[in-house]
Design a protein around this ligand. Structure first.
Ligand SMILES: Nc1nc2c(ncn2[C@@H]2O[C@H](COP(=O)(O)OP(=O)(O)OP(=O)(O)O)[C@@H](O)[C@H]2O)c(=O)[nH]1
Ligand SMILES: [Mg+2]
Length: 461
């Protein structure tokens, strides 16, 4: 293990389950003295003599004083989460017992673990690379099906695998360049420039894809910000209330009711949407506070991951909608065009009215008609099947920033080749790429950076 880190040979202890009352609590120890420490507290059997991956029932005692009847699990190095000896004590779920067990372990020579220290040890012992270790924290924090799925995929090494491919391409590239340097006396272009260009091109493509996936990754982790936009009285607040199933926003038949923006979160099929109800947008208004609200609506529309453009099917015509669509396309937004109030107009007539513009959804926010269709489409346009497929999705901002550096240095290489930069300079840029890639997986790190990453974990993980 990395000997620059102080305290790495200590045996650490922490409560692995949430603090508070529960049916059970698990206290975990990791380190070379884990077995002997618990052995000291477990008089009924010699734990030191037991094989790995076994369970033992008995009383935990500190001296003469019995603490609890417990189950002890043993995992011996290297076949454990951290790669060290691990002992887990399952006791009853009372905070008093937890405290007593931990105090007894410390009494016998353990020390309290720092946040994330178990996972940090797993990383330092080569059990996980850094992206996998970070995915452990994401998995614990995941609260929807989509975020759970992506975190699990990253723990299994999906992201690292794709970085490894990239790394191999770059190493091949730099080998070709360096081969050329060896022959520089002979003034031949040994490394085929076309081949090099293809390699850089495909590496650039791969990083661009990973960078692009961060948009989706961020959405999965933090929710899809969804702006409900439309003219005054279109029924935006009614739609927000209907989706939330509660009367959150004020609804009235007076246009311009919503002045400020209202945000609420809903979970649709395992994806979080942050719904934003906005002030209705119309071109001219004399009321100062309403126009401030409108400016804010436009801003929300520009920042949103998804725009739900809601309109009164009785009011707008196809030309109005075309203009709206042009504006949304101009913003580069993901959007849905949703015709509302189809309870007040014949649905078939409404569909016919807009049939030349495909992809419009028809709902009634008031009666709840076709709301399920709208919800389904919201999920579909955001995920576009990407979560279910085996695509790698970048969810971590640290990875994203390092990938940006990789992408930039690849661009430098491509440009350098364009301008006939000598091989030794090209190879410097490649090294730079490899350095940033190594930072993502943890092959190149410094202690401060590691401490920072793991400090964001909870204690006991
Ligand atoms: N018939 C019918 N009326 C609706 C429907 N949805 C909303 N309304 C009515 O339309 C009026 C305006 O609804 P709101 O939800 O306040 O509209 P808004 O878009 O939030 O309006 P502003 O906040 O003023 O921009 C209210 O009288 C609603 O009851 C619908 O699906 N069908
Ligand atoms: Mg409103």
């Amino acid at each position: 293990m990395n000997s620059r880190l102080t305290g790495w040979d200590d045996t650490i202890v922490a409560l692995a389950t949430p603090p508070g009352v529960g049916a059970l609590g698990i206290i975990r120890l990791s380190g070379s003295k884990a077995v002997s420490i618990v052995d000291n507290l477990f008089p009924s059997k010699s734990l030191q003599a037991q094989p790995s991956h076994t369970l033992h029932v008995g009383y935990l005692k500190n001296g003469e004083q019995a603490i609890d009847e417990v189950v002890v699990s043993l995992y011996r190095t290297p076949r454990s989460y951290t790669g060290e000896d691990i002992v887990e004590i399952s006791c009853h779920g009372s905070p008093f017992i937890h405290q007593q067990v931990i105090a007894a372990c410390i009494d016998k020579g353990a020390r309290l673990a720092k946040p994330g220290e178990f996972t940090q040890r797993a990383f330092l012992n080569g059990k996980l690379d850094l992206t996998q270790a970070e995915a452990v924290a994401d998995l614990i924090a995941s609260n929807t099906e989509a975020s759970h799925k992506t975190a699990l995929r990253n723990i299994r090494g999906g992201f690292s695998h794709s970085l490894k491919e990239l790394r191999e391409q770059l190493i091949r590239f730099s080998a070709l360049i360096e081969l050329e340097l060896d022959f520089s006396q002979e003034d031949v272009e040994f490394a085929d420039r076309t081949q090099l260009r293809t390699l850089v091109g495909s590496a650039l493509h791969q990083t661009a894809q990973l960078l692009e996936s961060f948009k989706l990754g961020n959405v999965i982790k933090n929710g899809v910000s969804t702006a409900i936009i439309g003219q005054p009285n279109a029924g935006k607040s009614t739609l927000l209330n209907a989706l939330l199933n509660e009367d959150r926003a004020i609804v009235s038949d007076i246009p311009g009711t919503t002045r400020d923006t209202i945000e609420e979160i809903i979970n649709i099929d395992g994806v979080l949407f942050r719904l934003i109800d906005t002030a209705g947008i119309r071109a001219h208004t004399v009321d100062v506070s309403e126009s401030a609200g409108i400016a804010k609506s436009r801003q929300k529309m520009e920042q949103a991951d998804l725009v739900v453009y809601l309109f009164d099917a009785n009011e707008l015509d196809i030309e109005d909608l075309k203009a709206v669509e042009r504006e949304l396309k101009g913003l580069g937004a993901i959007y849905l065009l949703v015709a509302n109030k189809i309870d007040a107009i014949d649905e078939t007539a409404a569909r016919r009215k807009f049939e030349r513009l495909g992809g419009i959804l028809f709902i009634s926010a008031k009666s709840g008609l076709h709301l399920e269709v709208l919800k389904g489409r919201m999920v579909d346009v955001v995920l576009q099947d990407k979560v279910a497929s085996e695509n790698v999705i970048v969810t971590n901002a640290r990875h994203y920033h390092a990938l940006q550096e990789v992408h930039q240095s690849l661009k430098d290489v491509a440009e350098g080749m364009e301008h006939g930069l000598p091989g030794d300079l090209l190879s410097l840029d490649i090294r730079c790429c490899l350095q940033y890639l190594g930072e993502i997986t943890g092959e190149v790190t410094n202690d401060d950076q590691l401490d920072y990453i793991f400090s964001k974990f909870c204690i006991g993980k």
